[in-house]
Design a protein around this ligand. Structure first.
Ligand SMILES: Cc1cc2nc3c(=O)[nH]c(=O)nc-3n(C[C@H](O)[C@H](O)[C@H](O)COP(=O)(O)OP(=O)(O)OC[C@H]3O[C@@H](n4cnc5c(N)ncnc54)[C@H](O)[C@@H]3O)c2cc1C
Length: 1185
């Protein structure tokens, strides 16, 4: 199937050959052509790519604005904005469009004005109207503050004006307005959806659009959608840095053609061809020739038999104002940069992958030290842009159009650390570099089969000939130095030899998690600077190869694979491995099976003679075709593709595309048949399957012990599409890639989802990778998704292997604590049923289950009985407690890990998770930052001795505590009623619509007060219509204390003043105000206050004093402190100290805040300073910093 671009040039060539007179398209001809492109599969591109991607990229911008102003260039008869989710459409306050086609401009006016009735107003509307409109009651842009401003004029760039005027004058007011006459108008969003065709240079249009964005805040967006095989917008200039990019390589468009030369077909083909060529002709000979070109190049698909289909890959690029200014800043930071010049891409020295080489990154940064890598990361964070990382350059994802790449080439040192033994490898080293250096010390590291592959292999798995004996390459990682993409800090992870530890490196807070993630999914969480790898003794290899033709393909193939698998592969010792290849024979369509047997021994030993396994293979396959004895370097050249198959190296210069699925039972009918059938249907003679031997040490590691979660397989089947390099970008190349995905989709259902899966290396943003990603990390996907959010919260490494999106954390986590026998489990069960009856998904788990499992494993006790049988539980209770305590002594973070494990394993749809059995002191203050997006409550169940199950003799477990649970339930009444009432009163309101409404009033403001910070404008609630009243009413109704006891409401400036005053008025309680020192008349009490979260970011760290008037609070009164935000807790701590001075102790204070940011651990600070017994409540919880 040709691309639209290929069709365009073929049509133009044909027109040139017939010397026909070119005529510009009339508006009606343009409309008819446009209509064809948005029908059928063309509309699928809108549904599957344009609309969801646009919604995704606009989400943060729209969330940060009360109203959004939009300029759309060339929208056509309808605006794609009208298909966005309602919550986004409702944000659009003003809409301006520049539409050069008067027919479209008229249609667009009508379409936006029309409300729910999707009456078709033109042929082009028929397709677009099918989606979404019918059930709508309101107009497409329902919250416009003024009528849409649709102008029948083109968008004009300075270059166009210069060309038109024949002048070379510098930019004037007119030229910066893009065609608008009101020059100073600025927009939050400028959108080009398929409207950059014919604009040259495209970057000039983007630059001009960027100038039309509002000056502040600087998060306004220019978004471009364009049909093009590659990088459409950055291809004719350099220097524009993309904020976000996405591609849709499988996009297609079609034109109806039943191939019967009916008048309808002719008319459709003529309209389509003229639209694609960009001009029309009155000459019937040329038009007939064009129809022939379309039929020659288009494909009739199964889905569209009466249509010609053309490939139309789609790209999205989004830019902020930083697009033009960011790059010079990176250069100023002293990082060596390689830039493209004019049409030249930046130098691609280290990039081998063809898919990557054709991308045009904005620049390649070549840092020479860790500081340089940090500078790149900090730059990306400051400007809200992504980065790619280049290791060995073998994947398609190390370069992306419009993105800055960080090339690790300079980190090329390898050294051997005798103690271990370990090999320290810089992230720019290749497999060959590492093995060569290790061999010099008599060592090796289990890596892959090709010497030129880089760090991406180690970080994502690494399957090689030593894997059965020593594990995957990622299993050898024992330590790393990583530049955090959350902060730019240098992190030490695991074991790093001191001489390789950069100055200023800090221990990673989530060290265990990061080390775990680096072992199999390590390209997603930071830029790895160097790795400590466990080494083993250098090896020698006896390598024997066989090649046999497959006669009666299916039967012969199945039988030979069966024999190979059962008689050889499955019985080989771990020191040996055997790979198989299925490929086409030199000429004709015959197939061959190649087998290579690798038998290893420590270097120097010679025990390779007369291998029994070689004899078995010889008996089945005949005599070997080659026998070699090689070392760890020599073994690289024994790969059959390199040495023999297709004449070695594919017989010349080739390009390839690979995906890899893990298989078992390759000799059994369904799999063996599918493998043989796959090779038989290869679209180019060079495509092949490589089956790499697994098992052994790979399987010895538990699936959840490292991120690489697929372990239980026998063969890694690398489906390899190969084509001659001179056919790059042609139909042959596309067919080979399509074949790889088709074979993967055929093999995947034959694997067991619980054991086998897909190799994560090289999976990328192509939608065809999506079903593979789901199977890439075995049981570890959810944990990886969550880690991505915490370790790369700004998605700096947006182009690495996609990870499964984590299920949302429960909205509310309730820790049910209390003495033994107080009825915690009983209460939790009742609360679950109350919440479930309200339509919420709730479940209760016991945290002690994990300990019971480990205890059962250690002592041989029966787990089932420990979990279910009360007598058994009681009998083991003392021993279990002692076991847990000894575990905690060894692993102090164990309770936290058990908690996180419980939360992670909660089902994706759980709204409320109740956890019983927590033994931690003050669990909310110690754990809240671990689940920063969830509300976390501790509910303590208390019961009198009589009520408690152990009866009168049962002693309370309580010791006097320095913390106060959020809520206390007195479980002394018989029956369910009181327990149910408690849930109705305190848990159900958490989900009240008003609370959600309040949350929606809090805007996100990116890069405020500093670049890189996303500010939540909590005080803005008070500026929204009805916001203050709603917030105050919620503060009153959600207060868990007794209003009758509250004598004073205290508010601290500035946010506290607003909410405390309103609340004090509502509940008619006296108000006391805390101000900066010097602002209140004496006498006052005053204390020092360290700067709060936001002020410490906005200004230099400062210390101020705050004060309160002496007589405003009666000594010993009960006080409610109200504030807008609890983040680091510095302000609240100062207020509590002030109250203490005023004679109000912690027992007499409660705190209500509108929003809490648990990430900053404010509660922990209060507790550390002796205020753990102050009750703190919030209305809203926000994740992030
Ligand atoms: C010819 C060939 C042979 C192969 N042989 C094997 C094999 O024998 N065994 C095997 O398991 N796999 C093999 N592969 C697959 C290979 O492991 C992946 O293609 C791997 O991604 C390549 O890593 P790279 O560093 O060379 O490529 P790159 O494209 O440079 O990197 C791959 C990914 O890793 C990221 N990355 C690279 N360096 C860093 C870093 N320092 N920090 C963070 N992220 C980083 C990149 O951003 C990219 O997303 C082979 C691939 C090819 C093309």
């Amino acid at each position: 199937m040709a691309t639209l671009d290929e069709l365009k040039s073929a049509l133009r060539q044909k027109a040139a050959a017939t010397s026909s007179l070119r005529q510009p398209l009339s508006e009606a001809q343009y409309r008819d052509g446009f209509d064809l492109l948005t029908r059928g599969p063309g509309w699928t591109t809108y549904q599957d790519f344009i609309i969801p991607r646009l919604a995704e990229v606009l989400q943060p911008l729209f969330a940060a604005r009360i109203r959004v102003s939009v300029l759309e260039i060339g929208p056509g008869p309808r605006t794609v904005l009208g298909y966005l989710p309602r919550r986004l459409r409702r944000k659009i306050g003003t809409y301006t469009a520049l539409e050069p086609n008067s027919l479209f401009a008229t249609q667009l006016r009508g379409w936006i004005a029309s409300s729910s009735s999707p009456t078709a107003t033109s042929s082009s509307s028929s397709t677009l109207s099918k989606v979404g409109l019918a059930e709508e009651e309101e107009s497409r842009l329902p919250c416009l503050e003024s009528a849409p401003d649709i102008r029948h004029i083109p968008f004009v760039t300075q270059a166009m004006e210069t060309e038109r005027d024949g002048s070379t004058t510098t930019t004037t007011k007119t030229t910066t307005s893009g065609g608008l006459d009101d020059h100073d108008r600025k927009f939050d969003l400028v959108l080009f959806c398929h409207s950059l065709y014919g604009v040259h240079p495209k970057t000039a249009a983007v630059r001009r659009a960027l100038e039309m964005l509002v000056d502040l805040p600087r998060d306004g967006l220019v978004v471009v959608f364009h049909r093009h095989p590659l990088d459409p917008v950055v291809d004719d200039d350099d220097g524009l840095v993309c904020h976000r990019t996405a591609t849709f390589p499988t996009g297609v468009v079609s034109v109806p053609d039943a191939d019967d030369d009916s008048d309808d077909d002719k008319a459709a083909l003529d309209a389509f061809a003229a639209f694609v060529a960009g001009f029309t002709t009155a000459d019937e000979t040329t038009r007939a020739a064009w129809r022939g070109v379309c039929r020659d190049l288009g494909r009739r698909g199964r889905l569209y038999p009466a249509a010609l289909v053309f490939a139309a890959p789609e790209t999205m690029m989004a830019f902020t104002r930083a697009a033009t200014t960011a790059l010079p800043e990176l250069a100023q930071a002293g990082v060596p940069l390689v830039l493209g010049h004019g049409n030249q891409p930046p130098s691609l020295r280290t990039v081998k992958n063809r898919e990557a080489r054709v991308c045009r990154p904005t620049a390649i940064a070549r840092p020479t030290d860790v500081g340089g890598v940090q500078a790149c990361v900090r730059w990306a964070l400051r400007h809200g842009v992504g980065l790619t990382v280049v290791g060995g350059g073998h994947s398609g994802h190390c370069l992306r159009p419009g993105v800055v790449a960080v090339d690790m080439d300079a980190f090329d040192r390898v050294s051997v650390v005798a103690d271990g033994p370990l090999v320290w490898a810089g992230a720019g080293c290749t497999t060959g570099d590492i093995v060569r250096a290790a061999m010099a010390a008599g060592l090796t590291v289990p890596l892959g089969a090709r010497p030129s592959v880089g760090a991406g292999l180690v970080l994502q798995g690494g399957i090689g000939h030593l894997a059965r004996g020593y594990g995957l390459a990622c299993d050898a990682i024992v330590g790393a130095v990583v530049v955090s993409v959350a902060s730019g800090e240098v992190l030490r992870v695991g074991r790093v030899p001191s001489q390789h530890l950069p100055v200023g490196a800090v221990q990673c807070e989530e060290e265990d998690d990061l080390l775990w993630a680096l072992r199999g999914a390590g390209t997603n969480f930071g830029i790895v600077v160097g790795l400590a790898l466990k080494a083993c003794a250098a090896q020698t290899y006896a390598v024997r190869s066989w090649v046999v033709p497959l006669r009666n393909r299916s039967d012969d193939g199945r039988q030979k694979l069966h024999t190979f698998d059962k008689l050889v592969a499955s019985v080989l010792p771990q020191t040996s491995s055997s790979d198989a290849y299925l490929y086409g024979s030199g000429n004709g369509d015959g197939l061959c099976l190649g087998v290579t047997l690798f038998e290893t021994s420590a270097a120097g030993a010679d025990n390779h003679h007369g291998s029994a396994h070689a004899s078995v293979l010889a008996a089945v396959l005949g005599p070997e075709t080659s026998v070699q004895r090689v070392d760890d370097i020599g073994v690289f050249e024994t790969d059959m593709y390199m040495s023999g198959m297709h004449g070695g190296h594919g017989g010349g210069k080739t390009s390839s595309f690979k995906r890899c699925v893990f298989l078992k039972d390759i000799g059994e009918a369904p799999i063996a048949d599918a493998l043989v059938a796959a090779v038989a249907t290869r679209p180019t003679p060079l495509c092949y399957l490589h089956l790499l031997h697994g098992g052994g040490a790979i399987r010895d590691v538990a699936a959840d012990a490292a991120a690489f979660g697929s372990r239980d397989w026998d063969f890694a089947c690398v489906v390899t599409g190969v084509w001659p390099r001179d056919q790059d970008g042609t139909e042959a190349a596309r067919a080979a890639v399509g074949w790889v995905y088709r074979v993967m989709s055929e093999l995947l259902p034959l694997t067991s989802s619980s054991s086998s899966g897909v190799y994560g290396a090289d999976l990328g943003p192509d939608p065809r990778d999506a079903p593979l990603v789901v199977r890439a990390f075995g049981p570890n996907g959810v944990r990886l998704g969550r880690l991505k959010q915490s370790l790369d919260p700004r998605n700096v490494l947006a182009h690495a292997c996609p990870l499964p999106r984590p299920p949302r954390e429960p909205k509310l986590i309730v820790l049910v604590t209390g003495d033994h026998g107080a009825g915690k489990d009983y209460c939790a069960d009742v609360w679950v049923s109350v919440l479930t009856n309200k339509g919420l998904s709730a479940r209760a788990i016991s945290i002690s289950e994990a300990t019971k499992r480990e205890y059962a494993a250690a002592t041989g006790a029966k787990l089932e009985r420990l979990l279910r049988d009360r007598d058994c539980k009681e009998a083991h209770r003392p021993a279990l407690t002692a076991f847990f305590q000894s575990q905690v002594q060894r692993q102090p973070r164990l309770p936290e890990e058990h908690f996180l494990h419980g939360v992670r394993n909660a089902a994706a749809d759980t709204n409320v998770l109740l956890i019983t059995g927590m033994r931690d002191e003050a669990p909310v203050s110690s754990l809240a930052h671990q689940v920063p997006r969830s509300g976390l409550l501790e509910v303590r169940v208390e019961a009198s001795q009589e009520t408690r199950r152990g009866g009168p003799s049962s002693k309370s477990d309580s010791t006097p505590s320095d913390h106060r649970p959020c809520l206390v339930f007195h479980n002394d009444t018989n029956g369910h009623e009181a327990v149910q009432d408690f849930a109705e009163r305190y848990l159900v309101p958490f989900f009240h619509e008003d609370r959600q409404r309040l949350a929606r009033m809090v805007r996100r403001i990116p890069n405020f007060p500093r670049e890189g910070i996303e500010f939540r404008h909590v005080l803005d609630i008070a500026q929204r219509p009805g916001g203050l009243a709603l917030c105050t009413s919620l503060l009153r109704s959600h207060f868990a204390g007794n209003w009758a006891e509250v004598e004073v409401v205290v508010g601290c400036e500035a946010g506290g003043f607003v909410y405390a005053s309103a609340l004090a008025g509502l509940v008619n309680v006296r108000l006391a105000l805390v101000r900066q020192a010097g602002k209140l008349p004496p006498p006052t009490f005053s204390v020092e206050r360290f700067s709060s979260h936001i002020s410490s970011m906005a200004f230099r760290d400062t210390t101020q004093r705050i004060e309160i008037e002496r007589d405003v609070i009666p000594r010993g009164a009960f006080v409610l402190v109200v504030d807008d935000v609890l983040a680091t807790g510095q302000t609240l701590l100062a207020v509590l100290r002030l109250l203490d001075k005023a004679g109000v102790g912690a027992e007499s204070v409660a705190v209500l805040v509108v929003a809490e940011f648990p990430f900053h651990q404010g509660r922990k600070l209060l507790r550390q300073h002796g205020f753990g017994r102050v009750s703190v409540q919030n209305l809203l919880v926000f994740g992030g910093a």
